[in-house]
Design a protein around this ligand. Structure first.
Ligand SMILES: Nc1nc2c(ncn2[C@@H]2O[C@H](COP(=O)(O)OP(=O)(O)OP(=O)(O)O)[C@@H](O)[C@H]2O)c(=O)[nH]1
Length: 363
């Protein structure tokens, strides 16, 4: 074989051997039993399952030898794997190719060697199954046959090992793909949540928008909160907002809207719902809240807005109404709050009016 082809062939052979991941493995009973059987069937004191791994030969299993590995160049096994056929040397001492064999059997040099190739995937030879003796001798035909049968058993055991590894690799790959899919799913879920959340929010004030309010009507959790007892609605509107826009420009108008949104946000509890309901109109839903408490919230907002640090004065008017699970529908309560807001506007603005004639608070 030309040298470059031989090198490529050796690289492929080594890759196949590596795929069995044997190099760091210790003794295994199945292989130990095979070499023991070789010594019995061949009547030899030593046997090895030798693997040729890069520049060394090492024994996956051995019996009778004094070492567990040797340099590759000093091994007969290397010859066997290159010829890819059984090799029997009846007297090693007479063979000029093997004058420096490091393997010893009970301290004595190897005089007899019989080795048959052990194949891996693609027909590559991974190593040899050997029988060795300290005296020159021959190998009977049926003994060579036994050695070959046992070499094939080694191949099957190696194959089983390879399938086991492959199965584990595929299982790991599946688990990793699953983890990746779960991560992607979680990412998409968060993205979706973000999109839904963004669609629910008014971009200017960060409060819920009107679409979110419509969704709340079909939200069992939100309805359950209203069903839990007396609740209040506050409808709030910026006074003379058109004039603010006209006098200071739309950008300043937006600035005032944002500032009012901040005051609203800061004035309500976690469970309350604050919605930018229209252009300059806000709706607050306060579950489990008495009218007195809602009045306080509305008044806090009114006072907070009046005290805002803007280059122009901004005030709000508010209407407050209380509802009850056993009473009129929330739509009716809303209309009452809206009427109260109208009264607040009529009454001079910058004030809170409680629906149904309950006393209002004047700023
Ligand atoms: N800057 C700004 N203005 C808005 C926005 N949405 C609505 N408006 C303006 O808000 C103003 C509302 O004006 P009106 O409904 O007449 O009410 P008002 O001037 O506040 O008067 P009263 O409610 O009676 O006190 C209109 O000029 C709208 O153009 C917005 O997002 N940004």
């Amino acid at each position: 074989m030309p040298p470059d082809r031989a090198a490529a062939h050796e690289r492929a052979r080594q890759a196949v051997l590596d795929s069995y991941r044997l190099s760091e493995t210790g003794a295994e009973q199945a292989f130990d039993e095979i070499v023991r059987l070789v010594t019995r069937l061949c009547g030899a004191p030593a046997s090895t399952l030798s693997l040729i791994d890069r520049d060394r030969q090492w024994f996956k299993a051995s019996i009778g030898t004094d070492c567990s590995s040797t340099p590759r160049l000093l091994s007969i096994c290397d010859y066997t794997i290159r010829s890819s056929s059984p090799l029997v040397i009846e007297d090693v001492a007479r063979d000029p190719r093997f004058t420096r064999l490091p393997v010893r059997i009970g301290g004595e040099p190897v005089r007899f060697y019989a080795g048959v190739p052990v194949h891996g995937h693609g027909g590559h030879v991974l190593g040899t199954l050997t029988a060795m003796d300290v005296r020159p001798r021959a190998l009977e035909e049926d003994q060579l046959d036994s050695l070959q049968i046992l070499a094939r058993q080694c191949e099957r055991l190696l194959e089983l090992r390879w399938f086991g590894l492959e199965q584990r690799r595929l299982a790991d790959e599946r688990a990793s793909t699953l983890r990746k899919a779960e991560r992607a799913q979680e990412y998409l879920r968060q993205e979706m949540e973000q999109i839904v959340e963004t669609a629910r929010l008014d971009p200017l004030t960060g409060l819920l928008n009107r679409a979110a309010l419509s969704q709340l009507r079909g939200d069992p959790a939100a309805l359950a909160r209203l069903d839990a007892g007396t609740y209040c609605l506050i409808v709030l509107d910026i006074d003379h907002f058109k004039q603010i826009n006209d006098a200071h420009g739309h950008r300043e108008g937006d600035r005032a809207l944002r500032a009012v949104g901040e005051v609203v946000e800061a004035s309500v509890r976690h469970d309350d719902v604050a919605v930018r309901f229209g252009g300059e109109e806000f709706l607050l839903i306060l579950p489990q809240t008495t009218l007195e408490a809602a009045l306080e919230v509305a008044e806090r907002i009114r006072a907070g807005v009046a005290a805002m640090d803007l280059p122009f004065p901004v005030t709000v008017s508010a209407g407050v109404a209380a509802g009850d699970p056993a009473g009129p529908l929330p739509e009716v309560v809303f209309e009452a709050a809206d009427r109260a807001l109208y009264q607040a506007k009529q009454g001079g603005r910058d004030r809170v009016v409680v629906a149904d004639g309950v006393a209002g608070v004047n700023g």
